[in-house]
Write a protein that binds this ligand. Structure first.
Ligand code: ADP
Length: 747
C-alpha cells in the first residue's frame, strides 16, 4: 500500500497498524495539510461511496464538492487551535442487508502533530450513530403524537419569535380566529381580534409580565373574522438566550367560549340565588350528612340567631346552644330522619342571648358529591316568628268565632268549596240531638231534612256549589223529638281574589212561627175575600139597578152619589181581586187561561173603559204598527196589567192632563208603553217598585192611597207570560212604563 504514516510508533509495525485501521468498525481516513486524502479504510470508502483509487491522492474538496467547501474552514480552525472538530450527525443513504437505509454518522476531524509540535495531518473518523435513527423517529413520532393530542383536545400551538415578531402556529389557531385552517395569521392580525379593553388590560399586561417571569398566561375575549364573539385562553413559556434576553415564546391556545359561557351562567345563577336568598331573608348553612355538624353559616344565619355577622363567628353547636327545651326532641327526630333520607326539615323555637324567643324553620337537602367534594346537606333557615304569631292570632280569633257561633241560637254551618259540610255549630247539634261526626259523615245532615224536601234541597245545594251563587231554601228539619219545624237556610260563598270559592258559610233560621202566621194570613185573606166578595157584589148589583132606574133623575145629588158609590165599589172589587191574587200567587196557584188574542183590541178597549170612569186625563193612543198584533196569553190578566199601569199613570200625575199610550213591534215582541208627566221616581226607587208592598216613601204617600201590590202582581203576570216589564222615570218629570210580550205565531 506504500502509505507513509506520519507517526510510526516504535512498538508497532507499520503493517500491523495499517491492518488494524483497515479493519476498525469505523471509517478512518487521513488528509494532509493540502486536504489531499492519503489513507482511507474500507468502511470510510463505503460511507463515501467511493473506491480507494478514486480517493487516494485526491483533494477533499474535489471529492465532495458540497460538504468539502464547508468543512475546510473548520479544519483550518482545527489546525490553528489544535481542537478537534465534530461535525454534526450526517445522514447518508446506505444499502444494508439489501435495503436502502438512512444511516447517521458523526465525523470528527482531528489534528495530528509531530514531536516538535508541527502540524502533520488531519485524521478523519466517521462513527455510525445507530441510535440516532431511533431517536429521530421517536422525535418525529412524539411530534406527531403531540400534534394529534393538541388537535384533538382543541388546543392550538404557536411559537413567537420575539426578535422578529414572526409567529408560527398550528392550523387550529387559524380556525379559532375564524380563518381558513391553511391560512397563516400574523401576530399583528391576531392582536387585532382582541377586544380593546382586553388587549390593553389583559393581553399586553400578561405579555409584559411574561418577559419578566417567563410565564405567559391570560384569558381574553375576541371577535373572530366572522364576527363571532369568543373567549380564548393562552399558556406560554418564554425562552431566553445566554445573555438572559428573551428570544422566543412557545405556547398553546384554547377556545374556552363554552366554559366561559357556563361560568357566566353559573355566576348569574349564583347571583340570582343570592338575590332570592336576600329577598326571602333565608340564612344558609351546610351540614355533614354523617356527623350532622353544621358549618359555612351565611351572615343572615348569624343575624337570625342574634349574632353580629361582621364581628362574631359561631360554632357547629349553635342549635344545641339556642334551641328551646320543648323542641329538643323534635330536632333529634328530624336529624335522625335527615341521616336516613337526606332531607332535613323542622320548625323550632330558639332562645336568643338576650332572652327573646324566635320561631325558625330549617330545611335541608342532601347534595350528591361533585367535583371531588364530599356529599353534603345544603340547608336554609327562615325566621318564621311573624308567621307563627299570625297563625296563633288566627287560631285565637277562630276560636273566638267558633265560640260565638256556638252560642248563637241560629244554626251555623261551614262547607268546603266542593260542598262538603265540615262544621256545624252547637245549636244544630242541640236541635237535632245528633253528634258532630254523624253530621259531617257524607251528607249526614240531609237525614234531618223532611223527606219531601230532601231531593230539592240537594239539587239546589249542588247547583249553588257548581255556579258559586248563594243558596236559599225553605225546608223542614227534624228535631230530637222527631218533630219537624220550618227553617230558612241561606249560604254564601267566600271568594278569593281569583273568584274561587274558599268556603261556604251557611245559616238556618227557624221560621216555623212565621210560616204558621203566613198560612193563617193566607187563610184569612182567602176567607175575607169570600166574605167580602158577596156583600160587594150585592152592593154593586143594587147600585147598577138604582142607576138604571134613577140615572136620568133631576136630582143631581142622587146621580152623583150613585156614580161615586159605583166607582168606589169598582175599586173595592179590584182591591179584593188583588188580595186574592197575592195569596194565590204565593201558593203558586194563580190560574192562567191562555189563548191567542188581539193586543190592539185589548189596548183600545181598556183605554175606553178607563175613559168612562176617569175624566181627569186625556188618554192618547198611538199605534206604530200597520196590522193587528196578536199575542198568546191570559187576556184578563194582561188587561189587569195595562189597567194597573194606566190607573197608576193617572194617580201619580195629578197635575198633568195627558197620558200617552203606544203600541209597537220590536224584535218579534209587542211592546206597550204608558207615559205620564207626573211625580216620577228616582233611580233608587225604580229598583224596588216591583217588590211586594213597596211604596215610594215620601211626603206624597198620604196623597196617593194604595197598597203597593199592583206592580208586584203585574211583574208576576209578565214573568209567567215570558214577557218583560220595565220603566224609565225621572223625579218630577214623569214615568214611562213598558211591557212586552212575544208575538204569537202559528208555527
Ligand atoms: P200602589 O200604587 O198601590 O202604591 P203599585 O205596586 O202599583 O202600588 O206601585 C208601587 C209604587 O210605585 C207606588 O207606591 C208608587 O210609589 C210607584 N209608582 C207606580 N207607578 C208610578 C207612576 N206612574 N209614577 C210614579 N210612581 C209610581
Amino acid at each position: 500500500m506504500g502509505v507513509n504514516f506520519p507517526i510510526s510508533p516504535s512498538s508497532l509495525s507499520e503493517g500491523f497498524l495499517t491492518n488494524v485501521l483497515e479493519k476498525t468498525p469505523f471509517g478512518f481516513a487521513l488528509m494532509n495539510g493540502e486536504y489531499i486524502v492519503e489513507f482511507a479504510n474500507d468502511i470510510w470508502l463505503e460511507i463515501a461511496h467511493k473506491t480507494r483509487d478514486e480517493v487516494i491522492g485526491k483533494k477533499f474538496s474535489d471529492l465532495f464538492p458540497e460538504t468539502g467547501e464547508q468543512i475546510i474552514p473548520h479544519c483550518e480552525n482545527v489546525r490553528k487551535t489544535g481542537n478537534a472538530f465534530h461535525a454534526p450527525e450526517f445522514s447518508i443513504k446506505l444499502v444494508r442487508n439489501g435495503i436502502l437505509q438512512d444511516v447517521y454518522f458523526n465525523f470528527i476531524y482531528h489534528p495530528v502533530y509531530n514531536e516538535s509540535g508541527n502540524f502533520q495531518c488531519f485524521v478523519t473518523v466517521a462513527m455510525e450513530v445507530p441510535e440516532m435513527i431511533e431517536i429521530k423517529t421517536k422525535v418525529k413520532e412524539d411530534e406527531e403524537r403531540l400534534r394529534l393530542a393538541t388537535e384533538s383536545s382543541h388546543t392550538a400551538t404557536w411559537e413567537l419569535n420575539l426578535l422578529t415578531r414572526e409567529v408560527i402556529h398550528s392550523h387550529y389557531l387559524s380556525e379559532i380566529f375564524g380563518y381558513g385552517s391553511d391560512e397563516l395569521v400574523s401576530h399583528q392580525q391576531l392582536r387585532s381580534h382582541l377586544s380593546e379593553y382586553d388587549r390593553i388590560h389583559v393581553v399586553e399586561k400578561a405579555f409584559e409580565e411574561a418577559l419578566k417571569t417567563g410565564i405567559y398566561k391570560y384569558e381574553a375575549q375576541i371577535t373572530d373574522k366572522n364576527g363571532v364573539e369568543k373567549w380564548v385562553a393562552t399558556n406560554g413559556k418564554v425562552f431566553f438566550d445566554g445573555l438572559g434576553q428573551p428570544t422566543r415564546m412557545l405556547g398553546v391556545m384554547q377556545d374556552i367560549s363554552e366554559r366561559k359561557k357556563s361560568e357566566i351562567l353559573l355566576k348569574q345563577s349564583h347571583h340570582q340565588l343570592n338575590t332570592a336568598m336576600e329577598a326571602t331573608k333565608l340564612g344558609t348553612f351546610d351540614m355533614d350528612p354523617e356527623s350532622l355538624q353544621k358549618y359555612n353559616f351565611s351572615p343572615r344565619f348569624l343575624e337570625i340567631f342574634g349574632y353580629d355577622a361582621t364581628k362574631e363567628t359561631i360554632g357547629s353547636n349553635i342549635l344545641e346552644k339556642h334551641i328551646h327545651k320543648n323542641f329538643i326532641k323534635t330536632r333529634a327526630e328530624a336529624l335522625r330522619e335527615a341521616k336516613e333520607t337526606g332531607d332535613l326539615y323542622y320548625q323550632t323555637k330558639i332562645v336568643l342571648r338576650d332572652g327573646s324567643v324566635k320561631w325558625i324553620e330549617l330545611y335541608g337537602r342532601l347534595l350528591p358529591p361533585a367535583n371531588g367534594s364530599k356529599a353534603y346537606i345544603s340547608g336554609t333557615v327562615r325566621d318564621i316568628t311573624d308567621l307563627k304569631n299570625f297563625e296563633e292570632k288566627i287560631s285565637a280569633s277562630e276560636k273566638k268565632y267558633r265560640f260565638l257561633a256556638d252560642s248563637m241560637p241560629q244554626m251555623v254551618w261551614i262547607g268546603e268549596p266542593d260542598g262538603k259540610l265540615t262544621y256545624f255549630n252547637k245549636s244544630t247539634l242541640d236541635y237535632s240531638g245528633k253528634d258532630y261526626n254523624h253530621f259531617i259523615d257524607g251528607n249526614g245532615w240531609l237525614e234531618i231534612v223532611h223527606p219531601e224536601e230532601q231531593k230539592e234541597n240537594l239539587r239546589l245545594w249542588e247547583k249553588s256549589v257548581k255556579t258559586k251563587k248563594p243558596f236559599a231554601y225553605e225546608h223542614r228539619f227534624r228535631n230530637k223529638h222527631n218533630e219537624y219545624r220550618w227553617f230558612m237556610s241561606r249560604a254564601y260563598p267566600e271568594l278569593d281574589e281569583l273568584g274561587n270559592v274558599t268556603k261556604w258559610v251557611g245559616t238556618s233560621t227557624d221560621i216555623d212561627e212565621m210560616k204558621r202566621q203566613e198560612n193563617q194570613k193566607n187563610d184569612f185573606i182567602k176567607m175575607a175575600n169570600h166574605e167580602l166578595k158577596t156583600p160587594v157584589t150585592t152592593i154593586k148589583g143594587y147600585v147598577q139597578l138604582l142607576k138604571k132606574m134613577r140615572g136620568d133623575s133631576e136630582d143631581k145629588f142622587l146621580v152623583n152619589s150613585l156614580n161615586t158609590i159605583e166607582n168606589q165599589v169598582n175599586k173595592l172589587t179590584v182591591l179584593i181581586g188583588d188580595l186574592l191574587d197575592i195569596s194565590r200567587m204565593e201558593s203558586g196557584k194563580l190560574p192562567l187561561n191562555k189563548r191567542e188574542f188581539s193586543l190592539l183590541k185589548l189596548v183600545t178597549e181598556t183605554i175606553e173603559d178607563i175613559k168612562a170612569s176617569e175624566q181627569s186625563h186625556q188618554i192618547n193612543f198611538e199605534l206604530k204598527h200597520t196590522t193587528d198584533v196578536e199575542v198568546y196569553g191570559d187576556k184578563e190578566r194582561i188587561t189587569q196589567v195595562l189597567n194597573n199601569l194606566l190607573t197608576n199613570a193617572i194617580k201619580y200625575s195629578p197635575l198633568a192632563t195627558v197620558v200617552n199610550v203606544k203600541l209597537y213591534v220590536e224584535k218579534n215582541h209587542a211592546v206597550v208603553s204608558v207615559e205620564d208627566f207626573g211625580i216620577g221616581m228616582d233611580g233608587k226607587e225604580l229598583k224596588k217598585i216591583f217588590e211586594r208592598f213597596y211604596r215610594v216613601s215620601g211626603d206624597d204617600e198620604e196623597t196617593f192611597p194604595g197598597f203597593g201590590i199592583g206592580l208586584f202582581i203585574v211583574k208576576d203576570i209578565m214573568d209567567r207570560h215570558d214577557g218583560k216589564i220595565w220603566v224609565e222615570s225621572e223625579k218630577n218629570k214623569g214615568s214611562k212604563f213598558y211591557f212586552s210580550l212575544p208575538i204569537f205565531t202559528n208555527l
